[in-house]
Design a protein around this ligand. Structure first.
Ligand code: ATP
Ligand code: MG
Length: 441
């Protein structure tokens, strides 16, 4: 049967054209890897990788538009009507250095040997133009059985490239699969080799877990294996985080369409990373600085706001509202807004959960309404939003500038934000005069 059900027809048509062209020039060629796997699983195929006996130079000669993506690894990207296809020469990898990339790749003649270098049985299936599968490691059966299994001996495969351990967790998590016992044993035995792998590659796999349908599953596997403890920049918290805290992460699938900083703030917090350490930790994890800062701000906001909420039974609603406004100004409107979104999604995710504590959820819902109202009410956000400038203050006060000026401006900003003063020039300058006079007397 030669029917692809999970591929966009246009992509399929162009992909088949690439395969045909290779076959017609006397090479062998197959669809391989993720696309074959996803089709068998009934999951949408987002790209089609091709493996061929043709050498990269031959591939580049054969097609009009190509990009030499990774010539030394045998990969050329072929563009067909703007759709990219990665075409990789059959290869074997050898002499892995430091438990990561192979030092040498060697082109080989047959597809079987190419499939042998691949990580898991489900990723080591080839599909010919007429739809026949080459599946020497019984990947189809493992897909049906819902298991992640290495091609060959797990211990050796993890020894070669330690990233495969994180990939095993990723595939188990995203597909809801179970790692076979031998894989799990090898992972526990080989986990200390993870320190050789670049954080960037680990992060990319983790990102897939977080974006997947059941990140909790991945987190639980990470917790049980303590794998991240052995990364170059360890995430100790992943091991020690109690289960209840991990359960907060159930919201992650609901955040898939939200900005990355929102997801990572949730994930890090779920793993027990505090706002104070989050930015540094994320930078070490090779996140861009702006992402690290933004996620840290959300966690800091959450920590400060939870504390204010906790104290509010003593301090009362007015004081609580003031705290919200102070925090919104301190951490910025964007942070407050992201925090509200996160809270909203979390509540939404809990409503479908029968084990949730309903009265508590209702209370949180009421609190969220209040927070949203305060968020919208704050009339000014930055010093630039004020109706007066520092210079105006200097003129009416007849004083020299200094640190006092910045402090007074911030104080006025809070008063205006709190709607204790109107944001109009005259009343604000009157206020400045009164303060100066008071301070002089
Ligand atoms: P998806 O792109 O949907 O995440 P994929 O299977 O295409 O899944 P990629 O990371 O794009 O995953 O890799 C493409 C293929 O290359 C895999 O299917 C697998 O056969 C092989 N592969 C990728 N990384 C490794 C690795 N570290 N060791 C061995 N084989 C690998
Ligand atoms: Mg892929």
């Amino acid at each position: 049967m030669n029917e692809w059900k999970q591929v966009d027809p246009l992509m399929l048509h162009q992909g088949e054209k690439v395969l045909k062209a290779l076959l017609e020039s006397g090479h062998s060629a197959y669809f391989v890897g993720g696309c074959v796997r996803d089709e068998l699983m009934g999951r949408p195929v987002h790209d089609m990788d091709i493996a061929t006996s043709a050498k990269p130079e031959a591939v580049m000669e054969l097609f009009e538009r190509t990009i030499p993506t990774g010539l030394q690894h045998g990969t050329v990207t072929v563009l067909m009507e703007d759709i990219p296809f990665e075409v990789t020469t059959f290869r074997r990898e050898s002499q892995y250095e430091d438990h990561r990339r192979p030092a040498a790749v060697e082109f080989v003649d047959g597809i079987i040997e190419d499939l042998q270098r691949r990580d898991f049985t489900m990723n080591a299936i080839a599909r010919s133009l007429d739809g026949r599968l080459t599946d020497p490691f019984h990947g189809e059966a493992d897909i049906r059985g819902g298991v992640v299994r290495c091609v060959g001996k797990a211990e050796e495969r993890f020894e070669e490239d330690a990233l495969r351990m994180v990939r095993a967790v990723r595939f188990a998590s995203v597909f809801g699969f179970r790692p076979v016992k031998s894989l799990w044993r090898a992972l526990i035995k080989g986990r200390d080799k993870l320190s050789f792998v670049a954080m960037e590659r680990i992060r990319a796999e983790l990102e897939r877990v977080v974006l997947g349908p059941d990140p909790l599953r991945g987190m639980e596997l990470l917790r049980r294996s303590q794998l991240l403890h052995y990364a170059k920049v360890p995430l100790n918290e992943a091991n020690t985080a109690p289960k209840q805290r991990l359960e907060r992460l159930a919201v992650l699938p609901h955040l898939a369409a939200e900005p990355g900083e929102l997801r990572w703030s949730m994930l890090l917090q779920g793993l027990g990373v505090s706002g104070g350490e989050a930015a540094a930790k994320m930078k070490q994890w090779t996140f861009p600085n702006h992402m690290a800062q933004a996620a840290a701000r959300i966690i800091l906001f959450d920590e400060a706001w939870c504390e204010a909420r906790g104290a509010s039974s003593k301090t009362g609603t007015d004081r609580l509202r003031q705290s919200w406004i102070e925090l919104q100004i301190l951490f910025g409107k964007t942070t407050a807004e992201l925090w509200l979104r996160r809270q909203h999604q979390w509540l939404a995710s809990q409503h479908g959960d029968r084990s949730a504590d309903l009265p508590r959820l209702q209370e949180l819902g009421r609190e969220l309404e209040q927070e949203q109202k305060w968020f919208l009410e704050v009339p000014v956000q930055h010093l630039q939003d004020l109706a007066i400038r520092g210079n105006d203050v200097l003129v009416v006060s007849e004083k020299k500038g200094g640190p006092w000026l910045g402090e007074l401006m911030k104080h006025i900003l809070l008063l205006v934000a709190n709607q204790e003063l109107p944001n109009e020039k005259e009343p604000l300058l009157e206020y400045v005069k009164a303060v100066v006079k008071h301070n002089e007397s």
